[in-house]
Design a protein around this ligand. Structure first.
Ligand code: HEM
Length: 158
């Protein structure tokens, strides 16, 4: 594993960074561009329908990058032998952040799916309750955690 990492260090770090860019950048665009724009749609059904659709697209796009992020992280953990360096706790902090972000992503996917089903069944209020939490709390929380993880990433080997 260490040999694979050392032979492909640039590609692995690149894949790690681009995954963070897509995941965190995707959430920022969703929350502060798309969401803001959808909020102007007057019909609640249409508004929720657009939000649910855009979230579905976002989750489909980011999911592979979330997996690439953790796979490349494992390569780096083993490749740099981080557990035997002074950066051990930094790595633990990033592992913790990735885990919380991943669990939040799964919860958001489940809530979105439930919201879309309720919307299709004509339960607009139920759908709103499912989707609102995603936009109000969960995406902003994941953006903050992602930014902290990026900051911690820049703190390695300094
Ligand atoms: C799962 C646990 C993680 C581990 C063990 C980990 C480990 C690392 C390591 C060792 C580096 C330094 C690479 C180098 O300079 O050669 C790094 C950089 C980076 N990490 Fe992570 N990472 C993890 C999760 C994350 C997450 C969740 C994000 C953001 C969503 C992230 C974003 C970044 C970024 C943007 C860099 C590049 C920083 C720079 O170029 O200075 N990482 N990470």
């Amino acid at each position: 594993m260490q040999d694979i990492f050392l032979d492909n260090r640039v590609v692995i770090v690149f894949l790690h960074v681009i995954s963070a860019v897509v995941w965190v950048g995707g959430m920022i665009v969703m929350r502060y561009a798309a969401h803001q724009s959808f909020a102007e749609i007057e019909s609640p059904e249409k508004r929720l329908e657009r939000m649910a659709h855009a979230l579905k697209r976002l989750f489909i796009i980011v999911f592979p990058f979330v997996i690439i992020l953790i796979v490349t992280a494992v390569f780096m953990l083993l490749g740099y032998d981080i557990k035997n360096t002074e950066y051990r706790s930094l790595a633990h902090a990033k592992e913790g952040i990735w885990t919380v972000m991943f669990i939040a992503l799964i919860v958001m996917i489940l809530r979105r799916n439930k919201g879309a089903k309720l919307l299709a069944a004509g339960d607009t209020l139920g759908a709103k309750a499912q989707l609102e939490v995603i936009g109000k709390y969960m995406v902003p929380l994941n953006i903050i955690l992602g930014v902290v993880a990026i900051f911690l990433g820049t703190s390695f080997f300094k």
